[in-house]
Design a protein around this ligand. Structure first.
Ligand SMILES: [Zn+2]
Length: 337
């Protein structure tokens, strides 16, 4: 048995204390900056709420005065309690790798997010797999972690519902920015699936236990429990993972216009037909992006979003084919899609 060198031990302890203090300071100042932003934005929100809507008819917004309300869902948590209409999902217990279970990561992160949001003055609540019918809030974020299906896949990805309001897209942008900053995890840029976009808790047209369409919503896959480097972050540093999410939510809350119904409205687009033979179906709305395939002329598609001359579509009759088509490669065929 070797005797310990007391000076060496003290030095190592001091060095660690310094590292931890520096880390906490940097995280703390980043969080403080978001809080400042949030406070400034909130200062303008007090006062009567209804007056903002005069002449607009029934507001589509969450109109409750007071602090913003945010629902944080721990994915798969108490999944066995899903109601009858979602019975088929009760066995969807999430990804796992040995003893590492996605649901444990989700719950640990979600609890911290709720705590951090409450510290910042937000009325945050932890939600299980079952969402209250027509759930209304200023933001809804569902927290998940992935299991690798593709070789080499790692990192995070986040998505809005298929038919999303501008507010949902703003929430997504805010989260994407802060999540990468706090976790240093890469983005799994081509990993978003149909199931994420069509998540059951988003699907108010199919089930009662889903969010209200005007609730800004995002689902985030925080990383892969099946990939070691991701797992080290998800299970080893859940505090930073949670900060990546809560500061994104605060950023969104601070910048959004709570009283603009058009931001919360979900736009509908008419069905469309491809008019260019072999029209490229791009993974992202950018020139030179990776192609998800090519579409023959005459292919019917359901547009869900429009941006900078691009249209995001789902191929009619084949919901696993989706991506972005140039607006000039499409013609509307009339009627809502
Ligand atoms: Zn999941």
């Amino acid at each position: 048995m070797r005797r310990r060198d007391p000076t060496g031990t003290a030095l190592v302890a001091a060095a660690w204390a310094l590292v931890i203090a520096t880390l906490m300071l940097s995280v703390g100042s980043r969080l403080e900056a978001e809080r400042g932003l949030y406070r400034r934005a909130r200062a303008g929100l007090d006062g009567p709420v209804e007056s903002h809507f005069s002449g607009l008819g029934t507001p589509a917004t969450w109109t409750q005065p007071g602090p913003p309300r945010v629902g944080v869902q721990a994915g798969h948590w108490r999944i066995e309690e899903l109601p009858e209409e979602l019975r088929r999902l009760r066995s969807s217990t999430g990804a796992r790798f040995g003893e590492y279970r996605e649901v444990d990561a989700n719950l640990g992160i979600a609890r911290r997010v709720v705590e951090q949001l409450r510290t910042a003055g937000v009325d945050a609540e932890l939600l299980p797999a079952t969402v209250p019918p027509g759930y209304r809030a200023d933001a809804f974020v569902s927290i998940h972690a992935d299991g690798a299906a593709r070789l080499g896949a790692r990192g995070w990805k986040a998505a809005t519902p298929w038919r999303a309001s501008d507010a949902s897209r703003q929430l997504l942008d805010a989260l994407a920015l802060t999540y990468s900053r706090f976790t240093d995890l890469p983005e799994d840029r081509y990993g978003t699936t149909y199931n994420m976009r069509g998540y059951y808790a988003f699907s108010h047209h199919r089930c009662r236990h889903a969010i209200h369409p005007s609730t800004p919503a995002v689902i985030i896959e925080t990383g892969f429990v099946t990939v070691r480097s991701d797992r080290d972050v998800l299970f080893g540093n859940p505090e930073s993972v949670a900060l990546g999410i809560s500061s994104g939510i605060m950023r969104f809350l601070a910048r959004r216009d709570r009283f603009a119904p058009e931001v919360l409205a979900v736009r509908e687009y008419p069905a469309a037909r491809v008019i260019t033979p072999g029209a490229p179906l791009s993974c992202h709305p950018e020139e030179g992006e990776r192609l998800a395939g090519r579409l023959p002329a005459g292919t019917m598609v359901r547009p869900v979003h429009r941006k900078d001359g691009w249209v995001e579509v789902i191929v009619w009759g084949n919901y696993r084919r989706f991506g972005w088509v140039r607006e000039s490669d499409l013609e509307p065929v009339g009627g809502p899609s």
